[in-house]
Design a protein around this ligand. Structure first.
Ligand code: SAM
Length: 208
């Protein structure tokens, strides 16, 4: 994170990692250094990684990069994608993990993404925390500029006030967007449904 950047995430650490999780992070983390040529999908703030795993299985020929600064989330994903001998399972070999703020990744690589997923971004509901919301106008413009031709950004949130706020920022960013109903794998935060709404709403920003 660059000094002047607002921190958009809460904790970096939760409960102490198990010895195995710590070892996996130190020795088996599939960093996105050597990206194979081809189509790349990015998920920002993957939490425990349920959706990263689902799209990795759905897209075996594509590279999936997950970015998440919360170390316990990274550890959960590492546990789920490795076998009893601590090797990455063959079906998850297309996953790469950036264990940090996605903005650092975007500065380090010039990859264009076929799809960018952001599921349940922290809503920062108090007015004084609004500046910590990830989907600011400038960030939406940055992400839209990193889409491959025909690519799209899919944002899902069950916090309907944040949904309206993101739509307003998308208008400010002058990007083309739609708000379809989608049925996708449930993530931990969707199950928590802290906003107590009936369903998540989605915003799809297209690179036309
Ligand atoms: C409310 S959680 C949702 C997690 C997951 N997508 C889900 O639906 O269960 C939001 C996540 O976004 C992550 N996050 C916030 N700012 C981020 C950033 N700048 N780069 C990457 N991840 C970020 C947080 O660490 C947190 O895990």
């Amino acid at each position: 994170m660059e000094k002047q950047e607002i921190r958009t995430f809460g904790r970096r650490h939760g409960k102490k990692l198990s010895a195995r999780q710590q070892w996996l992070i130190e020795n088996r983390l599939p960093r996105p250094e050597k990206l194979p040529a081809g189509r790349v999908i990015l998920e920002i703030g993957f939490g425990a990684g349920e959706h990263v795993r689902a799209i990795a299985l759905e897209n075996p020929k594509k590279t999936i990069i997950g970015a998440e600064p919360f170390v316990n989330g990274v550890a959960s994903l590492m546990s789920a994608i490795t076998d009893g001998k601590n090797n990455i399972l063959p079906e998850y070999k297309n996953i790469r993990i950036w264990p940090d703020d996605v903005r650092g990744l975007l500065r380090e690589c010039n990859t264009l993404f076929e799809r960018i997923w952001i599921l349940h971004p922290d809503p920062w509901p108090k007015a004084r925390h609004e500046k910590r919301r990830l989907l600011q106008t400038e960030f939406i413009k940055t992400l839209a500029g990193r889409l491959a031709p025909g690519g799209e950004i899919i944002i899902g949130t069950d916090h309907w006030e944040y949904f309206d706020w993101i739509c307003a920022r998308a208008m400010d960013a002058r990007v083309a967007y739609e708000t379809p109903s989608l049925d996708i794998v449930r993530t931990r935060y969707q199950n928590k449904n802290m906003a107590a709404t009936s369903a998540p709403k989605y915003i799809v920003i297209k690179n036309k």
